[in-house]
Structure formats: structure tokens, C-alpha cells
Design a protein around this ligand. Structure first.
Ligand code: MTE
Length: 337
């Protein structure tokens, strides 16, 4: 991310959205508003489910996920008039440095990640700390489908239908103490299964760490995801549990989480530690504050190729200003990038 600017040749013309998928999404989403309106939206009929993600490879969902899927609240948040990124792009153009630094490395190498059994530690400033097997950790939460824009700091973007639950629901369960001001997330550290952690690429001090202010984490748009495109997360996308914060640059959305800590001080996050002048703690998508080495005013929406770069204007807070701008009313966003 730090070192390489995306190349136009990284995506190919042949990766265009399949027409059937594109049109089925458009007709389904055409009338839907961006926003949170779960209760008013119908669940999918099962025939529609199958047609909706026709290009999606079958996964091997763990039992707990398969059991929860039928009760999922579909289309709780949608994106109007923007096509869903084809599954192939979302799963073969990734950043997951634990598996290598090229965009294709995570898909090629993340098969070695063992996601079952998986446990998550909750600790720090909480009334109910503990280590939970993922299936127990997930028990209290109803899954929701949230289709969000994902804007990488490298100036490419996608639209991805995630399946997850709001972090606010987790915080209600674990009961942060009055000292908790931030939430810190940590990725698995396991050099045996993560070749990037064994490599001589020495910039990152593993494990990968990210964080949010507590009020940011409480915002209804901030979710922990366990699935995408109607199935469980592929390993390269951060299985089995990842953060998704759609108004922030993608590097905030930490993958394969094993520890969630409530803390009183702003956590030291991975990219901020590597280059604080380029990657801030907030990392809110902001077309008016450029990265020191490139503009953030525009983005390449995947799939994009040499002859159809598919460039669009970047929106403030990635298009989620109505939902999140008030979180930053007292903050100078030029200083707090
Ligand atoms: N999480 C970990 N653990 N390691 C990473 O290298 N990359 C981040 C983020 N989460 C990263 C990570 C970056 S830079 C981006 S843009 C998103 O994951 C990409 O998510 P995607 O590959 O699912 O599109």
C-alpha cells in the first residue's frame, strides 16, 4: 500500500460486471435508499438469492454461519445506482500483507489460513472480558447484509455486499467501563500460515492493529463482518471476522481479528506507526485532503482497465456524510487525516 501505486494494468477488460448480475442488482436496488431501514425491507425469496450472486464461488461455511444465514436481514443498507463489484475482483484484488504485497497474493496464499477453530479475546476496559470460540462469540448477533462502498487509500474502490453485525451490539454485550475511550482490533499473528509475516519485508511490526474512537465504533454503519456476497468471507478478505468502516479508507478495516480491546488511550495503529505523515489515525475518506504522493479527489472503481479506467469523483466520507459528519464537527480534518 505504501510502496506501490496501483497500475492500470492490474485489472482487465474481461473483468467487467456480468450483465445478468448487473441488471438483477440494478432492478433490486433501484428503488432502495442508502440508509438503515431494515425492518421495512423484505427478505429475499430463495430463488432470488441464488440469482443475485450468480458469479460467486461456493464456500465451505462453518456450521454456525450456515445456521445463521437463513435468519439474515438482507439489504439493510444498499448503495443506490452503483453496481456491485464482481465477486472475482473483490476476491482477487486484495490488500492483506500477511499473505504478500501484490494484489493477487492474498487469493494465492491465504488458503493456508486455518479459520476453524477460531477464538476472539475481549479484554481491557470491559465488565465482561473473556476468550470466546467464534461460534459462541457470534451467538448473540443477528446477521445483516450491508452493501457499502470500499475506498482504498490507494485510490481504487469497490462496492461490496457484506454480511455482519453492528459493533454497537458487541459493545452492549461486553459493557465498556467509563475508562474505555477507544477500541483496538488485532489480526492473527501466525507466521506459519502467513508468509508475509515470515518475509524479509520488514516494514510492518506484526500483528496488524487498527482502532476507532468509541463513538465511531458505536455508529450504526460500523460493522464486524463474517460474510460477503451471501456467503462466508473468503480467507483473502479477512475470514472469519473483519472490521468494515465504510466512511474510512480501507486500511482501517482490519482482517482476521483475534483480539478486541477496549482502551483508554488512542491505540498505535499499523499504518500510522509506519508513516504517520501519510496515514493518520482517523483516515476518513476526504477528497479535499490529498495523500502527500497522490490526489484523493478521484478513484478508480473496479473493474477498471486501460481503455475504460472507470474513474469517478471521491465523495466526502465516501458518501456517508449524513450518517457520520457529526462525529467530527469539532475536529480539523486537515490535521486529523
Ligand atoms: N488487514 C490486515 N490484517 N492486513 C492488511 O494488510 N489491508 C487493509 C485492510 N485490512 C490489511 C487489512 C487494506 S490497505 C485494505 S484496502 C483492505 O483491507 C482491503 O480489503 P479487501 O482486500 O477485502 O478489499
Amino acid at each position: 500500500m505504501l510502496i506501490k501505486l496501483p497500475k492500470a494494468s492490474d485489472c482487465h477488460e474481461s473483468d467487467v460486471t456480468p450483465e445478468s448480475l448487473y441488471f438483477s442488482r440494478r432492478s433490486l436496488l433501484g428503488g432502495a435508499l442508502v440508509g438503515i431501514a431494515a425492518s421495512s425491507l423484505p427478505r429475499w425469496a430463495s430463488a432470488d438469492d441464488a440469482a443475485r450472486y450468480a458469479d460467486v464461488e461456493a464456500g465451505r461455511a462453518p456450521n454456525w454461519f450456515a445456521e445463521k444465514l437463513p435468519g439474515t436481514r438482507w439489504q439493510v443498507v444498499t448503495v443506490k445506482d452503483e453496481a456491485i463489484t464482481p465477486f472475482k475482483d473483490a476476491t482477487h484484488y486484495n490488500n492483506f500483507y500477511e499473505f504478500g504485497t501484490d494484489k493477487g497474493d492474498p487469493a494465492a496464499n491465504a488458503g493456508s489460513l486455518k479459520t476453524e477453530p477460531w477464538s476472539v479475546v475481549i479484554d481491557g476496559e470491559v465488565a465482561k472480558p473473556g476468550r470466546y470460540a467464534l461460534e459462541d462469540f457470534m451467538k448473540p448477533y443477528e446477521l445483516e447484509e450491508r452493501t457499502y462502498r470500499l475506498r482504498c487509500v490507494e485510490a481504487w474502490s469497490m462496492v461490496i455486499p457484506w454480511i455482519g453485525f453492528p459493533i454497537s451490539a458487541l459493545l452492549k454485550q461486553v459493557e465498556p467501563t467509563s475508562k474505555a475511550k477507544y477500541i483496538r482490533f488485532e489480526t492473527l499473528q501466525d507466521p506459519k500460515s502467513m508468509p508475509g509475516q515470515r518475509s524479509s519485508f520488514g516494514l510492518i511490526d506484526w500483528p496488524y492493529v487498527e482502532g476507532l474512537r468509541l463513538d465511531e465504533a458505536m455508529n450504526p454503519l460500523a460493522i464486524l463482518a463474517v460474510g460477503m456476497y451471501g456467503r462466508e468471507l473468503p480467507n483473502q478478505n479477512g475470514a472469519p471476522l473483519r472490521l468494515v468502516v465504510p466512511w474510512k479508507y480501507g486500511f482501517k478495516s482490519v482482517k482476521s481479528i483475534v483480539r478486541i480491546s477496549l482502551v483508554s488511550e488512542q491505540p498505535k495503529t499499523t499504518w500510522q506507526s509506519i508513516a504517520a505523515e501519510e496515514y493518520g489515525f482517523y483516515a476518513n475518506v476526504n477528497p479535499t485532503v490529498d495523500h502527500p504522493r497522490w490526489t484523493q479527489a478521484r478513484e478508480r472503481r473496479l473493474p477498471s482497465g486501460l481503455f475504460s479506467p472507470n474513474v469517478r469523483e471521491t465523495q466526502m466520507f465516501n458518501g456517508y456524510s449524513d450518517e457520520v459528519a457529526s462525529l467530527y464537527s469539532n475536529l480539523d480534518l486537515r490535521k486529523n487525516y
